[in-house]
Write a protein that binds this ligand. Structure first.
Ligand code: NAD
Length: 491
């Protein structure tokens, strides 16, 4: 396990900062330490990334040359899958099969953007037809520059891959700061970058606290773009910092996503997708469908079945066989979730199941999967992101009522609808004000399809070709090729 910063191709200790504890959320025990970078380290890393961009080979390579590195990274991730997945579980708490799934997605993401980098070689420019035959114009895409990337702890290496793979494929260089709560697999990506011979300075990794290591990245004048995933509160600060130099900013933020279940749905399927939508990854998912709306006529039936199945979920250490719900990532997050449940109860919500530490699990940040009902539409728990295994359930009258309730949110990341009437499901899908909509499911995510939110859930899109364009500048090159003079000043 690494315990140094990765700057300009070297593993180095922080210039001024100390070390931070790494705690296993299943045991509450410290099992490693990571460096706490400060602005002095950020300055070195940004300057290394700047040199690698302005003077280095990386942006000047062909797409095919860059793709070879990306594919080599994907291959190494696959080779080390078991080690990386287990490390992710110890750092984050998630069940091992989920971490293994994440590692497959990480590798797939690097391969996907390797393909796009190669494709661009065969299609390097786009002619723009102009109304004036004296001119010809074309568009070329160029790497955007030095990217400052800041990522969260819920899918530690996967959220990193969603930024590193397209940015590197595009020819950008990067300074990356993972969450201080889960940095270990990101440091291992540095080891992999070194193993595959990625040129120095192309990828720099700084661990540390948001204020000490993240904020200086957002403020550094030599950074061209900020790519951030995290909470709305931090995203707002990132945007304000970026405004100083008019940096290009993309934000992937939180959500309070609705899941609308119509009475004609298959009840078993609906219950399983509701559970997958909120209990996968302990509900610590930006797109978690944490507000469930059930058509009045089947409300009692669906709720009873949901409670029955939720009570059967096996809770435990993510490394133990059969665990379906691991611990919450940290003590701080655990306390926040308990406070949210208490607030919900104080506002009149009923706890249909869960809401407390499971019997027999006396240490570790374990929490029973929780279902809240009977809250008002203005209740804090109905409106705000809890980011834990807590789902709020309410009935609705009809389609118009469901759409109104679903869209009544400052967020707009995701939404889901269940119905056997596909025409109705499509209609509702289009009515949702959200960037990701699932029909008859919730959460399946594909590298090919765009990811990002409406409203306060963010700006821009990751994944697919949209994620690639995030890291490309658009340049028009327009030529004048007439023998006749322009004729404005000189006739
Ligand atoms: P967070 O905002 O607390 O932290 C995110 C990152 O920002 C961390 O690396 C942190 O160290 C850093 N940071 C904190 N303060 C900073 C500052 N002042 N300047 C620069 N960086 C700073 O979020 P979190 O708790 O790590 O993650 C959970 C949040 O992320 C949830 O709101 C979730 O919905 C969101 N999220 C969104 C997506 C998406 O794709 N939309 C994906 C995953 C998580």
């Amino acid at each position: 396990m690494q315990d140094k910063l990765f700057i300009d191709g070297q593993w180095v200790s922080p210039l001024l900062g100390g070390m931070l504890d790494v705690i296993d959320p299943a045991t509450e025990k410290v099992f490693h330490h990571i460096p706490a970078a400060t602005s002095a380290d950020v300055d070195l890393a940004v300057k290394a990334a700047r040199r690698a961009f302005d003077e280095g080979v990386w942006p000047r390579y062909t797409g095919a040359q860059r793709a070879r590195f990306l594919r080599a990274i994907a291959e190494k991730v696959r080779e080390k899958k078991d080690f990386l997945a287990r490390l992710e579980v110890r750092d984050n708490g998630k069940p091992l099969p989920e971490a293994a799934w994440d590692m497959d997605d990480v590798a797939g993401c690097f391969d996907f953007y390797a393909d796009l980098a190669e494709e661009r070689d065969s299609n390097p420019e786009e002619a723009i037809p102009l109304g004036d035959v004296r001119f010809d114009s074309k568009v070329v895409r160029e790497p955007l520059g030095v990217v400052g990337a800041i990522t969260p702890w819920n899918y530690p290496l996967l959220m990193v891959a969603w930024k590193v793979a397209p940015a590197l494929a595009a020819g950008c260089t990067m300074v990356l700061k993972p969450s201080e709560l889960c940095s270990l697999t990101t440091l291992e990506l540095g080891v992999i970058a070194e193993d595959v011979g990625l040129p120095s300075g192309v990828l720099n990794i700084l661990t540390g606290l948001g204020v000490d290591a993240g904020q200086p990245i957002t403020e550094h004048p030599l950074v061209d773009k900020l790519a951030f995933t995290g909470s709305v509160a931090t995203g707002r600060k990132v945007m304000i910092s970026g405004a100083q130099d008019i940096k290009n900013v993309s934000l992937e933020l939180g959500g309070k996503s609705p899941f609308v279940v119509f009475a004609d749905s298959d009840i078993d399927q609906a219950v399983e997708w509701i559970m997958f939508g909120i209990f996968w990854n302990q509900g610590q998912v930006c797109s978690a469908t944490s507000r469930v709306l059930i058509e009045q006529s089947v409300y009692d039936r669906v709720l009873a079945r949901l409670v029955e199945e939720t009570k059967k979920i096996t809770i435990g250490n993510g490394l133990a066989d059969g665990t379906l719900l691991g611990p919450i990532v940290s003590n701080g997050q655990y306390d926040k979730i308990l406070a949210a449940i208490a607030r919900g109860k104080a506002e009149g919500a009923t706890v249909a199941t869960g809401g407390k530490r499971p019997d027999g699990l006396d240490s570790g940040y374990f929490l029973e999967p929780t279902i809240l009902t009977d809250m008002g539409e203005d209740a804090w728990v109905w409106k705000e992101e809890i980011f834990g295994p807590v789902v709020c359930v309410k009935p609705f009258r009809d389609e118009a009522d469901a759409i109104r309730m679903a869209n009544d949110s400052k967020y707009g990341l995701a939404a889901a609808v269940m119905s056997k009437d596909r025409a109705r499901a499509e209609r509702v899908a289009r009515a949702f004000r959200a960037g990701i909509v699932w029909i008859n499911c919730s959460q399946p995510t594909f590298t090919d399809a765009p990811w990002g939110g409406y409203k306060q859930s963010g700006i821009g899109r990751e994944l697919g070709r949209w994620g690639f364009e995030n890291y490309l500048e658009v340049k028009q090159i327009t030529g004048f090729s007439s023998d006749a003079p322009w004729g404005w000043y000189i006739k």
